[in-house]
Design a protein around this ligand. Sequence first.
Ligand SMILES: NC(=O)c1ccc[n+]([C@@H]2O[C@H](COP(=O)([O-])OP(=O)(O)OC[C@H]3O[C@@H](n4cnc5c(N)ncnc54)[C@H](OP(=O)(O)O)[C@@H]3O)[C@@H](O)[C@H]2O)c1
Length: 268
Amino acid sequence: MNSSVTDRIIPGRFAGKRAMVTGGSRGIGAAVARRLGAEGALVAIAYRSRGHEAEEIASEIATAGGRAFAVQADIGQPGAIDALFAAWDETATRIAGDDRLDILVNNAGIASAAPLSEIYEHAFDRIFAINTKGPAFVSQQAVRRMTQGGRIVTIGSGAAKQPGALNGAYGMSKAALLAMTRSLAVELGQHGITANVVAPGYTRTDMTAHMLAEPRFVERLEQITALRRIGEPEDIAAVVCFLASDDGGWLTGQWIEATGGYKLVPPV
Ligand SMILES: NC(=O)c1ccc[n+]([C@@H]2O[C@H](COP(=O)([O-])OP(=O)(O)OC[C@H]3O[C@@H](n4cnc5c(N)ncnc54)[C@H](OP(=O)(O)O)[C@@H]3O)[C@@H](O)[C@H]2O)c1
Protein backbone atom coordinates (compact mmCIF):
# COMPACT_ATOMS: atom_id res chain seq x y z
CA MET A 1 0.00 0.00 0.00
CA ASN A 2 1.55 3.37 -0.93
CA SER A 3 1.71 6.26 1.52
CA SER A 4 -1.00 8.32 -0.16
CA VAL A 5 -3.46 5.45 0.43
CA THR A 6 -2.34 5.12 4.03
CA ASP A 7 -3.01 8.83 4.44
CA ARG A 8 -6.55 8.39 3.15
CA ILE A 9 -7.48 5.56 5.55
CA ILE A 10 -10.49 6.49 7.68
CA PRO A 11 -9.77 4.69 10.95
CA GLY A 12 -12.71 2.70 12.29
CA ARG A 13 -15.05 3.51 9.37
CA PHE A 14 -15.98 -0.19 9.15
CA ALA A 15 -15.60 -1.09 12.82
CA GLY A 16 -18.02 -3.90 13.69
CA LYS A 17 -18.79 -4.61 10.01
CA ARG A 18 -18.23 -7.92 8.26
CA ALA A 19 -17.28 -8.02 4.57
CA MET A 20 -16.66 -10.53 1.81
CA VAL A 21 -14.60 -9.67 -1.28
CA THR A 22 -14.60 -12.17 -4.14
CA GLY A 23 -11.36 -12.17 -6.12
CA GLY A 24 -9.67 -10.61 -3.11
CA SER A 25 -6.30 -12.23 -3.74
CA ARG A 26 -5.05 -9.80 -6.40
CA GLY A 27 -5.60 -6.50 -8.19
CA ILE A 28 -8.70 -4.46 -7.42
CA GLY A 29 -10.14 -7.02 -4.98
CA ALA A 30 -6.91 -7.09 -2.97
CA ALA A 31 -6.93 -3.28 -2.69
CA VAL A 32 -10.57 -3.35 -1.54
CA ALA A 33 -9.87 -6.09 1.02
CA ARG A 34 -6.84 -4.20 2.38
CA ARG A 35 -8.79 -0.96 2.76
CA LEU A 36 -11.84 -2.59 4.36
CA GLY A 37 -9.53 -4.43 6.76
CA ALA A 38 -7.49 -1.31 7.55
CA GLU A 39 -10.70 0.54 8.38
CA GLY A 40 -11.93 -2.08 10.82
CA ALA A 41 -14.04 -4.66 8.94
CA LEU A 42 -13.73 -8.40 9.41
CA VAL A 43 -12.87 -9.40 5.82
CA ALA A 44 -13.28 -12.72 4.03
CA ILE A 45 -10.84 -12.76 1.12
CA ALA A 46 -12.26 -15.20 -1.43
CA TYR A 47 -9.91 -16.50 -4.12
CA ARG A 48 -9.86 -19.09 -6.88
CA SER A 49 -6.27 -20.38 -7.00
CA ARG A 50 -3.89 -17.84 -5.42
CA GLY A 51 -4.26 -19.01 -1.84
CA HIS A 52 -0.78 -17.84 -0.91
CA GLU A 53 -1.55 -14.23 -1.97
CA ALA A 54 -4.92 -14.29 -0.18
CA GLU A 55 -3.32 -15.61 3.03
CA GLU A 56 -0.64 -12.92 2.82
CA ILE A 57 -3.23 -10.14 2.59
CA ALA A 58 -5.14 -11.66 5.52
CA SER A 59 -1.99 -11.74 7.62
CA GLU A 60 -1.05 -8.14 6.61
CA ILE A 61 -4.48 -7.03 7.86
CA ALA A 62 -4.05 -9.03 11.07
CA THR A 63 -0.55 -7.64 11.66
CA ALA A 64 -2.00 -4.12 11.46
CA GLY A 65 -4.56 -5.07 14.13
CA GLY A 66 -7.47 -6.05 11.86
CA ARG A 67 -9.32 -9.30 11.23
CA ALA A 68 -9.37 -11.24 7.95
CA PHE A 69 -9.32 -14.76 6.59
CA ALA A 70 -8.84 -16.36 3.18
CA VAL A 71 -11.38 -18.74 1.66
CA GLN A 72 -11.15 -20.72 -1.58
CA ALA A 73 -14.02 -20.90 -4.09
CA ASP A 74 -14.08 -21.02 -7.88
CA ILE A 75 -17.38 -19.19 -8.23
CA GLY A 76 -17.81 -20.53 -11.76
CA GLN A 77 -18.11 -24.12 -10.50
CA PRO A 78 -21.41 -25.74 -9.43
CA GLY A 79 -21.70 -25.98 -5.65
CA ALA A 80 -18.77 -23.64 -5.01
CA ILE A 81 -20.90 -20.72 -3.81
CA ASP A 82 -22.72 -22.88 -1.27
CA ALA A 83 -19.33 -24.09 -0.02
CA LEU A 84 -18.04 -20.48 0.13
CA PHE A 85 -20.92 -19.47 2.38
CA ALA A 86 -20.65 -22.61 4.51
CA ALA A 87 -17.04 -21.53 5.15
CA TRP A 88 -18.21 -17.97 5.87
CA ASP A 89 -20.84 -19.19 8.34
CA GLU A 90 -18.37 -21.39 10.19
CA THR A 91 -15.52 -18.86 10.35
CA ALA A 92 -17.57 -15.69 10.95
CA THR A 93 -19.45 -17.46 13.75
CA ARG A 94 -16.18 -18.61 15.32
CA ILE A 95 -14.56 -15.16 15.08
CA ALA A 96 -17.52 -12.80 15.52
CA GLY A 97 -20.31 -14.85 17.08
CA ASP A 98 -22.74 -15.26 14.16
CA ASP A 99 -22.94 -15.41 10.35
CA ARG A 100 -24.18 -11.82 9.68
CA LEU A 101 -22.63 -10.24 6.57
CA ASP A 102 -22.77 -6.46 6.06
CA ILE A 103 -20.79 -5.83 2.87
CA LEU A 104 -20.42 -7.93 -0.27
CA VAL A 105 -18.00 -6.87 -2.98
CA ASN A 106 -18.61 -8.91 -6.15
CA ASN A 107 -15.21 -8.40 -7.74
CA ALA A 108 -14.00 -11.74 -9.16
CA GLY A 109 -13.93 -11.67 -12.93
CA ILE A 110 -12.15 -12.88 -16.03
CA ALA A 111 -11.62 -11.27 -19.42
CA SER A 112 -12.45 -12.73 -22.80
CA ALA A 113 -9.69 -13.42 -25.30
CA ALA A 114 -11.51 -13.84 -28.60
CA PRO A 115 -13.85 -11.75 -30.78
CA LEU A 116 -17.54 -12.38 -30.11
CA SER A 117 -17.89 -13.59 -33.69
CA GLU A 118 -15.38 -16.38 -33.05
CA ILE A 119 -15.49 -17.24 -29.35
CA TYR A 120 -16.06 -20.91 -28.44
CA GLU A 121 -19.25 -21.70 -26.56
CA HIS A 122 -17.40 -23.20 -23.59
CA ALA A 123 -15.30 -20.02 -23.21
CA PHE A 124 -18.44 -17.86 -23.42
CA ASP A 125 -20.16 -20.04 -20.80
CA ARG A 126 -17.18 -19.82 -18.43
CA ILE A 127 -17.11 -15.99 -18.69
CA PHE A 128 -20.81 -15.78 -17.89
CA ALA A 129 -20.54 -18.35 -15.09
CA ILE A 130 -17.87 -16.28 -13.32
CA ASN A 131 -18.75 -12.69 -14.27
CA THR A 132 -22.57 -12.81 -14.29
CA LYS A 133 -24.08 -15.91 -12.70
CA GLY A 134 -21.41 -15.85 -9.97
CA PRO A 135 -22.30 -12.36 -8.65
CA ALA A 136 -26.04 -13.16 -8.87
CA PHE A 137 -25.79 -16.28 -6.71
CA VAL A 138 -23.13 -14.89 -4.37
CA SER A 139 -25.50 -11.93 -3.83
CA GLN A 140 -28.40 -14.30 -3.21
CA GLN A 141 -26.48 -16.05 -0.44
CA ALA A 142 -25.15 -12.75 0.94
CA VAL A 143 -28.56 -11.09 1.33
CA ARG A 144 -29.79 -14.02 3.45
CA ARG A 145 -27.16 -12.94 5.98
CA MET A 146 -27.63 -9.16 5.66
CA THR A 147 -29.62 -6.81 7.86
CA GLN A 148 -30.56 -3.10 7.62
CA GLY A 149 -27.62 -1.15 6.16
CA GLY A 150 -26.28 -4.05 4.08
CA ARG A 151 -24.24 -3.16 1.00
CA ILE A 152 -23.66 -4.94 -2.30
CA VAL A 153 -21.01 -3.42 -4.54
CA THR A 154 -20.38 -5.17 -7.86
CA ILE A 155 -17.46 -4.48 -10.17
CA GLY A 156 -18.64 -3.82 -13.72
CA SER A 157 -16.52 -2.52 -16.58
CA GLY A 158 -16.46 0.18 -19.19
CA ALA A 159 -16.48 -2.74 -21.65
CA ALA A 160 -20.22 -3.04 -20.98
CA LYS A 161 -20.66 0.03 -23.19
CA GLN A 162 -17.42 0.25 -25.15
CA PRO A 163 -16.70 -2.58 -27.59
CA GLY A 164 -13.10 -3.67 -28.10
CA ALA A 165 -11.47 -6.23 -30.36
CA LEU A 166 -11.66 -9.14 -27.91
CA ASN A 167 -14.09 -8.02 -25.23
CA GLY A 168 -17.52 -8.74 -26.74
CA ALA A 169 -18.42 -11.63 -24.41
CA TYR A 170 -16.78 -9.87 -21.46
CA GLY A 171 -18.78 -6.69 -22.18
CA MET A 172 -22.01 -8.68 -22.40
CA SER A 173 -21.28 -10.40 -19.10
CA LYS A 174 -20.64 -7.04 -17.40
CA ALA A 175 -23.62 -5.22 -18.97
CA ALA A 176 -25.93 -7.78 -17.33
CA LEU A 177 -24.66 -6.59 -13.93
CA LEU A 178 -26.57 -3.32 -14.36
CA ALA A 179 -29.86 -5.24 -14.64
CA MET A 180 -28.85 -7.44 -11.71
CA THR A 181 -27.98 -4.45 -9.56
CA ARG A 182 -31.09 -2.45 -10.34
CA SER A 183 -33.25 -5.50 -9.57
CA LEU A 184 -31.42 -6.10 -6.28
CA ALA A 185 -31.78 -2.40 -5.40
CA VAL A 186 -35.56 -2.61 -5.85
CA GLU A 187 -35.95 -5.99 -4.13
CA LEU A 188 -33.75 -5.10 -1.15
CA GLY A 189 -34.39 -1.39 -0.69
CA GLN A 190 -37.30 -2.10 1.66
CA HIS A 191 -34.79 -3.85 3.95
CA GLY A 192 -32.36 -0.90 3.88
CA ILE A 193 -29.85 -2.74 1.67
CA THR A 194 -28.22 -0.96 -1.27
CA ALA A 195 -26.75 -2.37 -4.49
CA ASN A 196 -24.48 -0.50 -6.88
CA VAL A 197 -21.98 -1.13 -9.66
CA VAL A 198 -18.53 0.42 -9.86
CA ALA A 199 -17.24 0.29 -13.44
CA PRO A 200 -13.48 0.87 -13.58
CA GLY A 201 -11.62 2.11 -16.62
CA TYR A 202 -8.17 0.74 -17.42
CA THR A 203 -6.62 -0.13 -14.06
CA ARG A 204 -3.13 -1.53 -13.43
CA THR A 205 -3.61 -5.19 -12.50
CA ASP A 206 -2.65 -8.60 -13.87
CA MET A 207 -5.74 -8.44 -16.11
CA THR A 208 -4.40 -5.43 -18.03
CA ALA A 209 -0.64 -5.99 -17.59
CA HIS A 210 -0.12 -7.17 -21.18
CA MET A 211 -1.85 -4.06 -22.60
CA LEU A 212 -0.26 -1.60 -20.19
CA ALA A 213 3.20 -2.99 -20.94
CA GLU A 214 2.92 -1.12 -24.25
CA PRO A 215 4.14 2.48 -23.65
CA ARG A 216 2.41 3.96 -26.70
CA PHE A 217 -0.90 2.50 -25.61
CA VAL A 218 -0.45 3.92 -22.10
CA GLU A 219 0.46 7.34 -23.50
CA ARG A 220 -2.66 7.34 -25.67
CA LEU A 221 -4.88 6.36 -22.72
CA GLU A 222 -3.35 9.10 -20.57
CA GLN A 223 -3.94 11.70 -23.28
CA ILE A 224 -7.67 10.98 -23.47
CA THR A 225 -8.22 10.68 -19.71
CA ALA A 226 -9.13 13.87 -17.80
CA LEU A 227 -6.84 13.02 -14.86
CA ARG A 228 -4.04 12.09 -17.32
CA ARG A 229 -3.04 8.79 -15.73
CA ILE A 230 -3.97 5.09 -15.61
CA GLY A 231 -6.08 3.95 -12.66
CA GLU A 232 -4.56 2.07 -9.74
CA PRO A 233 -6.46 -0.61 -7.78
CA GLU A 234 -6.51 1.78 -4.78
CA ASP A 235 -8.44 4.36 -6.86
CA ILE A 236 -11.21 1.83 -7.38
CA ALA A 237 -11.06 0.61 -3.78
CA ALA A 238 -11.71 4.17 -2.57
CA VAL A 239 -14.95 4.36 -4.57
CA VAL A 240 -16.05 0.85 -3.53
CA CYS A 241 -15.41 1.64 0.13
CA PHE A 242 -17.38 4.88 -0.05
CA LEU A 243 -20.37 2.95 -1.43
CA ALA A 244 -19.88 0.28 1.24
CA SER A 245 -19.81 2.87 4.02
CA ASP A 246 -22.69 4.48 5.88
CA ASP A 247 -22.10 7.64 3.79
CA GLY A 248 -22.92 5.67 0.62
CA GLY A 249 -26.38 4.83 1.94
CA TRP A 250 -28.40 7.15 -0.30
CA LEU A 251 -26.99 5.67 -3.52
CA THR A 252 -28.61 2.54 -4.86
CA GLY A 253 -29.17 0.96 -8.26
CA GLN A 254 -26.39 3.09 -9.73
CA TRP A 255 -23.69 2.34 -12.33
CA ILE A 256 -20.73 4.48 -11.30
CA GLU A 257 -17.90 4.94 -13.77
CA ALA A 258 -14.60 5.13 -11.90
CA THR A 259 -12.27 6.04 -14.73
CA GLY A 260 -10.53 9.33 -13.93
CA GLY A 261 -12.48 10.83 -16.82
CA TYR A 262 -11.55 8.30 -19.53
CA LYS A 263 -12.38 9.64 -23.02
CA LEU A 264 -13.48 13.03 -21.65
CA VAL A 265 -10.57 14.87 -23.24
CA PRO A 266 -11.76 16.09 -26.65
CA PRO A 267 -9.67 15.05 -29.68
CA VAL A 268 -7.44 17.84 -31.02
N1 LIG B 1 -8.13 -4.09 -14.42
C1 LIG B 1 -8.96 -3.38 -15.14
O1 LIG B 1 -8.56 -2.52 -15.95
C2 LIG B 1 -10.45 -3.61 -15.01
C3 LIG B 1 -11.30 -2.73 -15.72
C4 LIG B 1 -12.67 -2.90 -15.61
C5 LIG B 1 -13.18 -3.90 -14.81
N2 LIG B 1 -12.35 -4.75 -14.15
C6 LIG B 1 -12.97 -5.78 -13.32
O2 LIG B 1 -12.44 -5.69 -12.01
C7 LIG B 1 -12.48 -6.97 -11.38
C8 LIG B 1 -11.11 -7.29 -10.83
O3 LIG B 1 -10.21 -7.30 -11.92
P1 LIG B 1 -8.62 -7.24 -11.75
O4 LIG B 1 -8.14 -6.40 -12.85
O5 LIG B 1 -8.26 -6.94 -10.36
O6 LIG B 1 -8.29 -8.76 -12.13
P2 LIG B 1 -7.10 -9.74 -11.73
O7 LIG B 1 -5.91 -8.99 -11.25
O8 LIG B 1 -6.98 -10.65 -12.90
O9 LIG B 1 -7.71 -10.54 -10.49
C9 LIG B 1 -8.84 -11.33 -10.68
C10 LIG B 1 -9.32 -11.83 -9.33
O10 LIG B 1 -10.50 -12.60 -9.56
C11 LIG B 1 -10.31 -13.90 -9.02
N3 LIG B 1 -11.01 -14.87 -9.85
C12 LIG B 1 -10.89 -15.08 -11.18
N4 LIG B 1 -11.68 -16.11 -11.56
C13 LIG B 1 -12.30 -16.55 -10.44
C14 LIG B 1 -13.22 -17.59 -10.17
N5 LIG B 1 -13.61 -18.43 -11.12
N6 LIG B 1 -13.65 -17.76 -8.90
C15 LIG B 1 -13.22 -16.94 -7.91
N7 LIG B 1 -12.34 -15.94 -8.10
C16 LIG B 1 -11.89 -15.76 -9.35
C17 LIG B 1 -8.81 -14.14 -9.02
O11 LIG B 1 -8.49 -15.14 -8.05
P3 LIG B 1 -7.00 -15.86 -8.07
O12 LIG B 1 -6.01 -14.77 -7.70
O13 LIG B 1 -7.09 -16.89 -7.01
O14 LIG B 1 -6.79 -16.37 -9.44
C18 LIG B 1 -8.32 -12.74 -8.65
O15 LIG B 1 -8.40 -12.53 -7.26
C19 LIG B 1 -12.97 -7.94 -12.44
O16 LIG B 1 -14.35 -8.17 -12.28
C20 LIG B 1 -12.70 -7.21 -13.73
O17 LIG B 1 -13.55 -7.63 -14.77
C21 LIG B 1 -10.99 -4.63 -14.24
